[in-house]
Design a protein around this ligand. Sequence first.
Ligand code: UDX
Length: 438
Amino acid sequence: MGKLRIVMLPYLAYGHITPFLELAKKLSNRGFSIDICSSPINLSFIKEKIPEKYSSSIHLIELHLPNLPELPPHHHTTNGLPSHLKQTLFKALKMTKPQFHQILNDKKPDFLIYDIMLLWSGVVASSLNIPSLNFYTVNAAIFSYFFHFYYNPGEEFPFPALYMRDYEQAKMTHEVVDDAEVEVDKDNVTESDKFVLVHSSKSIDGKYMDYLCGTGQAKVVPIGTQSPEDDVGDLDIELLKWLEKKTEHSTVYVSFGSEYFLSKEEMEEVAYGLELSGADFIWVVRYQKGEQVELPQGFKERIGERGRIIEGWAPQQRILKHSSIGGFVTHCGWNSTLESIEFGVPIIAMPMLYDQPLNARLMVENGVAVEVPRDENGNLDRLNIAEKIKHVISDETGENLRKKMNNLGENVRSQREDEMDGVVEVIQLLIDEKNSQK
Ligand code: UDX
């Protein structure tokens, strides 16, 4: 028998594509052949990230979005997409349904794994008798949070540590899913609809997985976390030299991910917060085209050798891996959070939107993060930023967090292969079930 073939359809955002790619590599290591389907602009990003050794087992399929006048081809990804175009991208994606039907019909894969944001694609697979699984690219804690409010509106969430006043803000992710106009026939739910893959590990949010399984509505299957990129590689020589001069765990790495741009006020608070903290730092600064957001005047001069500013994009994993790094000031995007766990770096959480506030709470609950409090108007404050950085870098708070982070990393690594066994079992079960119906 040849290799089993799986088509994957991630949502068009780096934050979703990255975990899909991780899953593709893990499944390819288990003998599956993978086709990843995405828009050309995303495929070029994916192509760069596939190590050579996967070139014969991971393939790419182009999905062509319609030419909508308000959505030129360079906007066929959410990265750098102005927020008012997000719904248009959704609309365009849904319009690819007949094309996706054709792709599945031509390829006749054994299985489909699709993004939970694109539920319509599971319906397409089902119409062609192809078994499928959906993949929620963040963790089970968040899934359980939204799941709870969806099915039990008005009832209290049973896990107070995760509960937040800013639920309205966190709900944004969920509304996007609602907008996908799910066309699932509720009377015709198949076994596959009951399973949800999550990008997490039992050690991180096992109790939320158990809670979801206990509701009888969703069987959560963690894919485990990612192993660091096969080759996190070497750092730029100048940056490496600079880091080597710093003492162990003395430096914070500051980054807010691939989607979020700081406002002018936020940029100032972060800059002054770093300055007041006295810590050494590497800060990845991203500017949105057309926006007048700049570093405060004279900042670079005042900071001198204490800090390094990287404009645009940094080799994040390589930096986090370096022993001089003692804290990660992060928006708590889920990929960054997992990388912090992998490299044992305590988190100084500054969540911005979507799932990030909940990820931050989950990490605080795990004892591996401190969250920077916002002022009464919900704004960032330089004094709070400086204070939390100081705690993590210079007093025993950091040591305690680091110990717990290292433990969490070890637990996660020790479960990695078992968790993938679980994923393979479910895929096989669903394929066998479909075959037995034929
Ligand atoms: C998006 C959403 O914003 C987030 O809420 C959700 O959890 C995942 O999708 P994003 O903003 O891209 O996430 O952040 P994150 O999930 O942390 O992913 C960023 C990825 O880009 C990480 O793998 C990180 O290593 C990489 N990165 C980021 C770099 O390599 N260099 C950089 O300079 C910035």
